[in-house]
Structures are given as structure tokens and as C-alpha cells.
Design a protein around this ligand. Structure first.
Ligand code: ZN
Length: 382
């Protein structure tokens, strides 16, 4: 590769990895100012890069930023969850173009589910040619085993146990990246939300179970087997109830949506959904507030262990418990502070993510495609 094309590739990769950047930020990649000028002029001339207005800082004019040309293509994000499939389409300038979802019976087998996914993608592409799709990111709940690419026993999506999602999703006939929902939600917050620009972040995602997506040293961390971040299966009570995983007293048995709603059967006389419990708690229902606070304390205990081991600069809460906000986070922070080591530093903030819970996972799935220039190259001469 000539020096010139190596520099072009570097600029394109930086724009894919970090989003729109100023000329000065591009120079910080280790390129001289004059090289940046030459490379950027070339890329603008070739229609690969466009100039856009950045946010206004202070009283000055908005900064001129360089962005990838949105016409270069789109990325699709897909989430296969219990009872629903969701999808979103983003262009390479990181703009969300369309999103949608279709309800699917949770017992549906992967093949049929992927037919529905294919139809949803077609609808959201809205006449755009398939060739414009750089790739599809697919989120499934639970870990993907590193070696085999299979979704393991721990997935809460029963028809997908021991299925290789890459093989199953071949039917979509598009380049694929598969990962679990918590990891992808973390990537979404790192791309558009509260974790933007941070290097060490833990994203606690609560769906059927509680998982964590780790961004460590600026990269997604999956672990040797792909099972990193199974916070829901860390032991909180050695003498507690048996968990689906076969363990005893896992966090999931004490603080996931199911265990929270189960606690209220006697007092409230019927099965409440987690969303109803949270709404009632905000309206002042004492029982609902109590079970959410208790769940917060248990998650805080697990989070203290997580902090003691990994020392993230931010912990983000997302998923179906996020709407509980401070009712959950207050007791959670207190419980975490009691157990976390204090080396004279302040504990990392534990906050609710910024992105809408309905789209955070599909956005992350699309972001994985948008950010990876090696696996999902742009249709440009380098
Ligand atoms: Zn467990």
C-alpha cells in the first residue's frame, strides 16, 4: 500500500471509529497538518468525505467537521429478543434513517424468525438497493461462544440454545456481525450516548436476565469464551434459590424483572409486568418501590464487585429496569459504595443511558458495522 493510500485508509478508519472529526483531530492521529489537508481534499473530491457543521461551542461559529458521505451506504442493526424482533437502518454518517419492530412468538424457531427479520429489513430499506448495505449487526440475548460461534445454554431465547446465529442468519444474504445485546447496547452508548469518547465503561443491561457489556481500553471485551459480563449469574446469596443456570442465589434470582414481579404476587393479587411495577412505583406504590429498591441493593452489591475488579470510569444502566431511574439507582449506589474499595477516589457515576431503550440495542448492532472498516469496507478506492 502506498503512503498516500495508507493515509487515506487511516482517515477513513478514524471517521468510522469516532464519527465526524475536525481537521485538527485528524492531525492528532499523527498526520502532519499538510498531509491532512491533502488527504481530506482528495477524499472530498472523490465524494467519500463531506464537510458538516459541528456543535456550536461557546460564542464562536460552529466548528467545521469532516464526515463520511452518507451516500456511501447504510448499516442495518437487528435485535432478536423474547417476543419481538427490531431493526434499524443508519447511514455511514451515523444518522438513523428508519426503525421498526415486529412481534414474534418467543417459541418461533430461528429459521422462521429470520424470515420475519428479512421482511422487516426490506421494509426499512424502503427501496434502497441491497448493495448499499455494508453489513447487518445482529443482537441476541446471552453470550455467543467464541470458538463455535454458537449461542450457548445461557441464552434466554430458548429456540436459539446451541444454534449458530451466523449460520442461521446466512439466509439474510448480507455480511454479518453477531453479538449479545448487552455488548451492543454498550457500543451504542459509546457511539452516540453517555459513554462517547470514554475508554473503560461497563453497561449493565437488564432484559430477561442481567448482563454487562464491557468496553475496556476502548474496545469491546468478550472474554476468552465470549461469556464475559454474565453479571446476572454472579452469586449474591450462597443459600438462595436455584437459578436457571444451575447455580444458587445468582443475581438474576434476586433482581431481574421476573423476580421483581414475582415478589408482588401476594400483595397485588395478579401478575404485573415490570413496566407496570415501575409505573406504580413512580406513582408512590410502597410495595413496588420496596421491591425495586431491594433489586437495586442486590445489583449494587454485584456492581461493587465489578468495580473492585475492573475499575470502569462509568457504569451505565439500560434495559427494562432503566425507567425506574432513582428509585433503583439510589439504593444501588448506596449498596455499591458500602462495598467498593475506596482508594481515595470517587466511585464512578452509575447512571441511566441516554438512548431510548427501544432502540439502544439495534443502534449498537448497526454501530458495530459502521465502526468496523476491516470487516465491512466502504465501496471506495483506497
Ligand atoms: Zn445463574
Amino acid at each position: 500500500m502506498s503512503q498516500r493510500s495508507a493515509n487515506r485508509t487511516r482517515v477513513i478508519r478514524a471517521l468510522r471509529e469516532r464519527g465526524p472529526l475536525s481537521r485538527r483531530e485528524l492531525a492528532d492521529l499523527g498526520l502532519s497538518r499538510s498531509t491532512v489537508t491533502v488527504v481530506v481534499d482528495e477524499l472530498i473530491g472523490a465524494g467519500v468525505v463531506i464537510e458538516v457543521e459541528g456543535p456550536v461551542r461557546g460564542a464562536g461559529r460552529p466548528a467545521q467537521l469532516l464526515s463520511l458521505n452518507p451516500r456511501l451506504g447504510v448499516a442495518v442493526g437487528v435485535e432478536i429478543a423474547n417476543g419481538v424482533v427490531r431493526a434499524a437502518v443508519c447511514d455511514v454518517s451515523r444518522r438513523l434513517l428508519s426503525q421498526g419492530e415486529i412481534a414474534v412468538d418467543e417459541r418461533t424457531d430461528p429459521k422462521k424468525t429470520l424470515v420475519v427479520v428479512g421482511e422487516l429489513i426490506e421494509r426499512l430499506l424502503d427501496g434502497r438497493p441491497r448493495e448499499s448495505v455494508l453489513g447487518v449487526g445482529v443482537a441476541i440475548p446471552g453470550p455467543i461462544q467464541r470458538g463455535t460461534g454458537r449461542s450457548g445454554r445461557a441464552t434466554t431465547l430458548k429456540p436459539w440454545v446451541d444454534v449458530n446465529p451466523y449460520a442461521a442468519a446466512e439466509a439474510l444474504r448480507l455480511p454479518l456481525a453477531v453479538d449479545n445485546d448487552a455488548n451492543l447496547a454498550a457500543v451504542a452508548e459509546a457511539t452516540w450516548g453517555v459513554a462517547r469518547g470514554l475508554r473503560d465503561v461497563a453497561y449493565v443491561y437488564s432484559a430477561a436476565g442481567i448482563g454487562v457489556g464491557f468496553i475496556l481500553n476502548g474496545s469491546l471485551y468478550a472474554g476468552a469464551n465470549g461469556t464475559a459480563g454474565e453479571l446476572g449469574h454472579t452469586t449474591i446469596d450462597e443459600n438462595g434459590e436455584i437459578c436457571e443456570c444451575g447455580g444458587r442465589g445468582c443475581l438474576n434470582t434476586l433482581a431481574n424483572a421476573f423476580s421483581i414481579t414475582q415478589n408482588l404476587r401476594r400483595s397485588h393479587g395478579r401478575e404485573l409486568s415490570i413496566a407496570e411495577v415501575i409505573t406504580l412505583a413512580h406513582d408512590g406504590d410502597l410495595g413496588c418501590r420496596r421491591v425495586i429498591a431491594d433489586a437495586g441493593r442486590h445489583i449494587g452489591l454485584a456492581a461493587a464487585n465489578l468495580y473492585n475488579l475492573l475499575d470502569p470510569e462509568l457504569i451505565v444502566l439500560g434495559g427494562n429496569l432503566a425507567p425506574a431511574g432513582e428509585i433503583l439507582l439510589g439504593p444501588l449506589r448506596e449498596s455499591m459504595a458500602r462495598r467498593a474499595i475506596h482508594a481515595g477516589e470517587v466511585l464512578p457515576p452509575f447512571i441511566v443511558g441516554e438512548l431510548d431503550q427501544d432502540v439502544v440495542v439495534v443502534l449498537g448492532a448497526a454501530a458495530v458495522v459502521l465502526r468496523d472498516d476491516e470487516r465491512f469496507p466502504l465501496p471506495v478506492r483506497k
